[in-house]
Ligand binder design. Sequence first.
Ligand SMILES: Cc1cc2nc3c(=O)[nH]c(=O)nc-3n(C[C@H](O)[C@H](O)[C@H](O)COP(=O)(O)OP(=O)(O)OC[C@H]3O[C@@H](n4cnc5c(N)ncnc54)[C@H](O)[C@@H]3O)c2cc1C
Length: 432
Amino acid sequence: MAIRENTISIIGAGISGIICALTLAKSKACKNSSIKVYEHKKRVGGRAHAVKVNDHFVDLGAGRFSSQLHHNVKEQVTSLNLPYEAFPFTQLKRPQALHKSLKSILKNLKPLCDEHPNDSFEEFLTIYVGRHQAKEMINALGYDSLSLPNISPHIAFDIIEKHPEIQGFSENAGYEWFNLKEGFSALTQRLYEEALSHGVEFHFGYELASIDAKGSNPSLKLVKEDDSELTISEGEMILTFPPTAMKKLDCGFPEDWSDYTYGSIPLFKGFLFYDTPWWQELDLADHVVITNNPIRKLYFKDNRYVFFYTDSDYADFWRDTTLRGEAHYLSTVKTLMAEALRCHESQLPDPLTHTYKHWTHGVEFSQECCPNHPMTLTHKKSHIISASDAYTPHCGWMEGGIMAGRSAANTLLKRLESEQFQRQRNEELAHV
Ligand SMILES: Cc1cc2nc3c(=O)[nH]c(=O)nc-3n(C[C@H](O)[C@H](O)[C@H](O)COP(=O)(O)OP(=O)(O)OC[C@H]3O[C@@H](n4cnc5c(N)ncnc54)[C@H](O)[C@@H]3O)c2cc1C
């Protein structure tokens, strides 16, 4: 089956794909276009994925936003009237000894970042505070990506300032954070419904398997679950998925698309539901504990549930633990949770139920972290557009996804406008 002209094919139905489709569908220039979104999975939302367990919505992926940092998300949530509540995890309970001095140490070190553009954050810290203290500081911050060789001092300070659990060690200490009462899927679902009402077509279960972008007439080959194929060789093409998925397509990514290189970090979230909120007695409700063990960040959501969130090597540690079976996973969680709370594991009840998710490429980003990175990439020969939160100043955030979707749509609209202008000029010239 081939697709007729005047169609715009968008691949990926995460927040960036839906926003892109919606922006185009609402534009004058695309009034007569047919906008089609193809998505590999059976649902919209991508890395925004909420599920309902034990009567509670939990975000397995994207989970919180800040009204100071994420203006586009806040605007969407407010205009769609989506119920939201405080994401209260900006205060650490049971601080480690180092937590008391961490803010002043980081404040003194921040002005020195410019002198170390090519060092990793860990190397940078080691120069000023010694290897042992550098490791202790990263441990106390609870985000293990901070020790990766491709995390520069500038990126690290950005991470510290823009994450609710550790923003208290920066000047952003008072920033407010929220989560959607029905999870972030409520946002993508509502935007999807709005896109449908504007005539956008969604096709689920289609995986983009290859791109032929060598000539000036590109084509996309999509494969459906039943192994049937769809080739798109006409119209406009926009890819709204992250760099690791681009790399899989053998389409010369990144060299033929970008001057930058890209990295990703795995993430893991585990949720536990109990018949009684035993943590209330320990005065832990609505607090987060940064632990010295693989649990890393342990959150107690009012009287509802407990969850932990890890990145980098510890995300893979938990994936490996789940692969050894549910009983092994749950007993490891219990042992490490007891250790973190300095109690005996017999004092902790067993959960009624639980859920978890490992994301192999949870966060995607440009390794150069350059403010001049274009928000949209265009293939050097074929003009296929690629958009991702990873290309924006808000990589790793829904805010970046919204910015990416709008930017991709605007890139196409500008191109259509200039083609239209060129056509009119040619017609005028033909009449002279
Ligand atoms: C565990 C976790 C926690 C997070 N926490 C937060 C948070 O608290 N706050 C926040 O704002 N953000 C958070 N994020 C980040 C946020 O989820 C992303 O920034 C956002 O989802 C990016 O949207 P996107 O549309 O650009 O990409 P994605 O959400 O990745 O969507 C891409 C879509 O493309 C599809 N796709 C990929 N390849 C193909 C293919 N070959 N063919 C067809 N379809 C394809 C995918 O199935 C997916 O649906 C978190 C992410 C994770 C994983």
